[in-house]
Design a protein. Sequence first.
Length: 336
Amino acid sequence: MPDQPAAPGAPAPAHLEPRLLRAFLAVAEELHFTRAAARLYVAQQALSRDIRRLERELGVELFARSTRQVALTADGARLLPYARRALEAQDELLAAFTRRPAAGTRPLLVDVNSPGLVFERILERAREFAPECELMARYESGLTGAAAEMTAGRLDASFGRYAGLDPAVRARLSQQPVRYEPMTVVLPGGHPLAALDAVPLARLAGETVYAGAGNPRTPEWTDLAARLFEGRGIAVAPPAPLAVGVEEFRRIMAKTGTPVLAAGDFPAMPGSVVRPLTDPVPLSPVSLVWPTALVHPGIDALRAAAATLAEENDWLRKPPGAWIPGIDALIMMSRD
């Protein structure tokens, strides 16, 4: 059921998040949700959710919406000068206590996981948005490993399953939902399921599937697999050395015959096939993650690029009946 404004005469909220006022101000000035979302570097869905929340907390409708235009209501026009003054005061406070680096003062190091994944597209779009910045790519998988480097100041941004991080680590990092990525299974060419165009999860019952167990950089992925396999008769393969490189992957796959749980963009390897999982479609929730304390124009460009590409490609739409852990669903519905 969509959010509804509070009843007229409801008590005024004790606190309003500045983020909600910024969302209101952007829509009020643009009178266009898509342009306002791009201005704030967020997905339009998230912006609309914030506007509904603000309306609910204030107990009024702020915008008159139709398929052709957006207009301020009388209550929206009444809120506008208050919102401007409140946000101007917050900006003055931040300017007085925050040391912001000049644009392009240093390169930004971004972990895009592996070559050929969608994160490279986000990085390329960010470079278009901020040509004055040097955005450097790094290729290493695992958000847990990347998070340790971000909190230590050795890395600036990465992508992955934010909900799988330790809560104490999450408290030092910000995130922006980017994509619900359908999960796949990599099978040896001779595996009985390799002949299928898609593999129903029930067909994996009795199988042992590799999901990075023992890899200290990727426990968030192993945890996601364990949640997916629970109650379905699928076992997570025990820890094993990580196969690095195409030839080593092919050799290990041929020797063990162990299926591998993978993200949707996993490239085909010699001697193996990649098949989508179905019934239900399991989703790997992906966020852009960066240190909360980091202020840099490159981060703004990355956020804008991620929001734009997510909107263009419908990355944040969940297929009907898709599977995702509850904690991930809650985090993906929120934003900083």
